[in-house]
Design a protein around this ligand. Structure first.
Ligand code: MG
Length: 375
């Protein structure tokens, strides 16, 4: 039995992780952590009987303790860190959104636990620090993201030296075929209407601006130790090929399947093994018209900027991440229009002086100060 600690158990990836665990025989839930969806957490506690839970607010922790007197209940960021430091689990699933999970992931790495990583901020903001710690402690970071999972599956056990380039596919988002003039007037509702994937609101807007793809390039750089020059983005509107790897002998290996997060979640939990697991819609190989298009960096300037910030390194990925998150929530609250997201992010990047090798504390400080300056 492998014991799993899920950070973000009530979110999109968290609930799907539990669905995957339901179908596998060799996993049990060690602990669940969530933000504010207490009603769903209570149902999860009743079903999975975890040893620990952690919630964001102390008041919610008291409510849970009342309902489940024997359960160990923690709260806040310190609660997450305490969970990560526990001895009695095998895999940490990092599925919180935002920076909340970064410290807990680092603690789990120091604790030599396997990491199944869905949280983007961990590698985007602190990729150098996290990968260095993972190497030092001999810990594998297994991605829960369709693109990075595809790359891992294509790389297989071959040593990375025979892989030449990573090709990361992008659906292109809901505005792929619209002009910039049209994009200006799109509402949050339209941006949230993703053609292929059902995901949380923040990441769906990031798919519409293509920031998500830029962030995935940064993650791929850290996960697979590839130079930015050898990581390419390719628009693939059908979202059937989840990414591919180009090898030195001219071969391309691709991973295909229906767009479903259950597959990358299960692959991360079971790596390198495969099981029948959850039943996804069956994939019809016939009559698939698969297109691969070059990204339009002029129409989606945030894609280029995000990759550029990755190349510059230092604090720039964290700055971009914070500015983008503030801008996306302003857009979702109807405070700004769609193209203002990029305006706000570009302004913020222009005003910031970079520095190399920031500490984790410095990264968090920058994140905080950027958020405050944009409110
Ligand atoms: Mg993805």
């Amino acid at each position: 039995m492998q014991k799993v600690l899920i950070l973000g158990s009530t979110g999109s990836i968290g609930t799907q992780t539990l669905e995957v665990i339901d179908k596998l025989n060799n996993f049990e839930v060690f602990a669940l952590a969530c933000g504010k969806n207490i009603e769903l957490l209570k149902k999860q506690i009743a079903k999975y009987n975890p040893s620990f839970v952690c919630v964001q607010e102390e008041n919610d922790a008291k409510t849970i303790k009342n309902d489940f007197p024997k359960l160990n209940v923690l709260s806040g960021n310190n609660g997450l860190i305490e969970l990560a430091k526990c001895e009695n689990y095998d895999i940490l699933v990092a599925a919180t959104s935002g920076i909340v999970g970064v410290r807990a992931v680092l603690e789990a790495i120091k604790n030599k636990k396997k990491i199944a990583l869905a949280n983007k901020e961990t590698l985007v903001m602190a990729g150098d620090i996290v990968t260095k710690e993972a190497q030092k402690h001999g810990v594998s970071i297994l991605p829960i993201d369709s693109e990075h999972s595809a790359i891992l599956q294509c790389l297989g056990t071959i040593d990375n030296k025979s892989a030449k380039r990573l090709w990361i596919t992008a659906s292109g988002g809901p505005f792929l075929n619209n002009t910039r003039e049209e994009m200006k007037n799109f509402s949050a509702k339209e941006a949230l209407n993703h053609p292929r994937w059902a995901m949380g609101k923040k990441i769906t807007v990031d798919c519409a601006t293509l920031v998500n793809k830029g962030l995935e390039v940064i993650e791929a750089h850290h996960l697979y130790d590839f130079n930015y020059e050898n990581i390419k983005v390719v628009i693939h509107p059908q979202s059937i090929v989840h990414s591919f790897v180009e090898f030195v002998d001219g071969s391309f290996l691709a991973q295909m399947g229906v767009p479903s997060m259950h597959i990358p979640i299960q692959y991360a939990l079971c790596y390198p093994n495969r099981f029948e697991g959850i039943k996804t819609d069956s994939f019809n190989i016939f009559n698939q018209n698969l297109q691969f298009l070059e990204p339009n960096y002029k129409k989606f300037p945030l894609l280029k900027l995000t990759i550029e910030c990755g190349k510059q390194g230092g604090i720039m990925p964290a700055v971009l991440n914070a500015a983008n998150e503030v801008a996306v929530y302003k857009f979702l609250n109807n405070e700004i229009n769609f193209l203002d997201i990029e305006k706000l992010v570009f302004d913020c990047i222009e005003k910031t002086d970079n520095f190399k090798n920031p500490s984790l504390e410095e990264i968090f400080e920058i994140d905080n100060s950027i958020r405050k300056s944009l409110v």
